[in-house]
Design a binder for this molecule. Sequence first.
Ligand SMILES: [Zn+2]
Length: 291
Amino acid sequence: MKKYKYSILVSNILDPLTHDTNDLKAVYDRLSSIKEYKSIETRLIRDEDLIDFYNLALGDRQTTYWITGELQRENLNLSSIDNEQRKKAVSKVLNMLKIAKKTHCHYIGIASGKIEKDVSEGLKAFVHSMNEILSEMKMNYNDMKVIVEPLDQFAHKKNVVGTTKTTLQFLEEVDQIHIQEGRLRICWDSAHVALNRDEFEESIKQLAPYIERVHLSNAVLDPNSNLYGDHHLSFCEEGFLNKESAKKIIEIMDKYLDDNITVALEIRVKHRDEAWDMESQARQFLNEVIQ
Ligand SMILES: [Zn+2]
């Protein structure tokens, strides 16, 4: 098996400890001593106090800021078919790039946004938005990349990108210079792929040239269950993700991807006293399925 780099989704697995500056300082301090993590994925760090602290504690790790939640909370959609709304979303992202640069950010993580009318109109708008963002990055933030995470297209979050087919369409339509120069990459998330009813092997095979990150994420796939959808579950009997299914994903990855990929377990913890316990279980899980 290949040696993939471990990543941690701080704002999922340690979520209860990410809402207060002092809590976050303690989080980064502790994470700095866990050498296995080569990559940190979290929300954009805006707090000036945290910027210095983060750079000191974790400056040598690969940093990804997922900005999807922040856009959503402000009702901004990069796939909006209303051009004024779409432009607002783009300028918000350009503003976030400035802040991200302060902590040596390597990746800005983006999801396409909800389908407003139909997928093809939304896709055109998203391609337009991404071309604008990526050109700005080429000019002024050449050390940063964008990582796009396709979400579910019809089950729950109903995003434009989407199924493996829509993702490939997006990658074909966006300005190719950004793909050639490695500025645009894909995060493959098992829950979204499963909810889109795409076959894992076919999906990884087709997206292999673009995948840079893998999220092992659980979901309930029975549409009659009230847990059906993208709920960032922990391990549970009703969900499809367990050591066995995760090992199968890793086997497929071994076949098609190189070992530069970073892998994170995506589970959400609700109570603060469970967070570090879950973090160590998650690391144990990665150790068992990857090695
Ligand atoms: Zn994910």
